[in-house]
Design a protein around this ligand. Structure first.
Ligand code: NAP
Length: 254
């Protein structure tokens, strides 16, 4: 059944490219008004906006790792965009590093950069938006986590830690906010074809990564977007607190 989100406004973070762009496109196709968030890539964000069906969509910029910038963004949203029904926390970074090459100072900067973007930034934004959702009578929050939370990330330690923290954050918020009619869902993809993974998938590790799945491929952004639409559609409330794997059976857990 085709989803109808025509009365809804959705804020998608990191929607200039990749998974966020696919999510923004699917929400717009389903009739939602989309607020596209981006950080540095204004041209890509403008292109994404221009390609969306419908005319009520909007752009907003903020570095999600900067607590003040997140607060200023939410102030602008409250003044200019009104009620946000659905928040998709998609923005994130993945940085590989050889830890043994780092000084202690470099390690701390590397670790905090990822944690401040993928976990603290998401927590700050979710806190501020959920307060508005309470005021407006409810809403939905969809977090884009990662298989790395479960499987580990030996090439990107802080990434795996940030996504494990994000899983816990989403579960706890689901419990804390259920009585306020706010539902929180987490999607945990394996590798997805985006800018984030191009170098890895086209490099010497590419075939081994594709063959982690019995489907011998990685995910496409649209496959993550379709799940976000499913969760945003009506009557998914009892799924709150769930973590949905989209990893082509490349990592099984029970
Ligand atoms: P991507 O193509 O690299 O796009 C990342 C997006 O996040 C961009 O829109 C970027 O904005 C935004 N962003 C990055 N740092 C930001 C910051 N400090 N403040 C605000 N926005 C920021 O990544 P992707 O592959 O689509 O990944 C999207 C999400 O899926 C991430 O949370 C990622 O961890 C997760 N995920 C990805 C994969 C994968 O294999 N690709 C697998 C599992 C989970 P600008 O373009 O403006 O810089």
């Amino acid at each position: 059944m085709e989803s109808n989100l025509s009365e809804k406004t959705v804020l998608v973070t990191g929607a200039s490219r990749g998974i966020g762009r696919a999510i923004a496109e699917r929400f717009a196709e389903a009739g939602a008004r989309v607020i596209l968030h981006y950080n540095k890539n204004n041209i890509a964000a403008e292109e994404t906006l221009a390609a969306l069906p419908g005319s009520e969509h909007a752009l907003i910029q903020a570095d999600i790792s900067d607590p003040e910038a997140v607060c200023e963004m939410v102030d602008i949203l409250n003044k200019e965009q009104g009620r946000i029904d659905i928040l998709v926390n998609n923005a994130g970074i993945y940085e590989e590093a050889d830890l043994l090459e780092f000084s202690y100072e470099e390690f701390r900067e590397y670790f905090s950069n990822t944690i401040n973007t993928n976990l603290v930034g998401v927590a700050n934004l979710s806190f501020l938006i959920s307060k508005e959702m309470v005021f407006h009578g409810g809403g939905k929050i969809i977090n884009i986590s990662s298989r790395g939370a479960f499987r580990g990330e030996p090439f990107a330690l802080p990434y795996g830690a940030s996504k494990a923290g994000l899983n816990s954050l989403g579960q706890s918020m689901a419990v804390a906010l259920a009585s306020k009619n706010i539902y929180v869902y987490t999607i945990a993809p394996g590798f997805v074809e985006t800018d984030m993974t191009t170098d890895i998938l086209e490099g010497p590790r590419g075939d081994a990564i594709r063959n982690q799945s019995p489907l011998h491929r990685v995910a496409r952004p649209e496959e993550i977007a379709n799940t976000a639409i499913f969760l945003a559609s009506e009557d998914k409330g009892y799924m709150t607190g769930c973590i949905i794997d989209i990893n082509g059976a490349s990592y099984l857990r029970s």
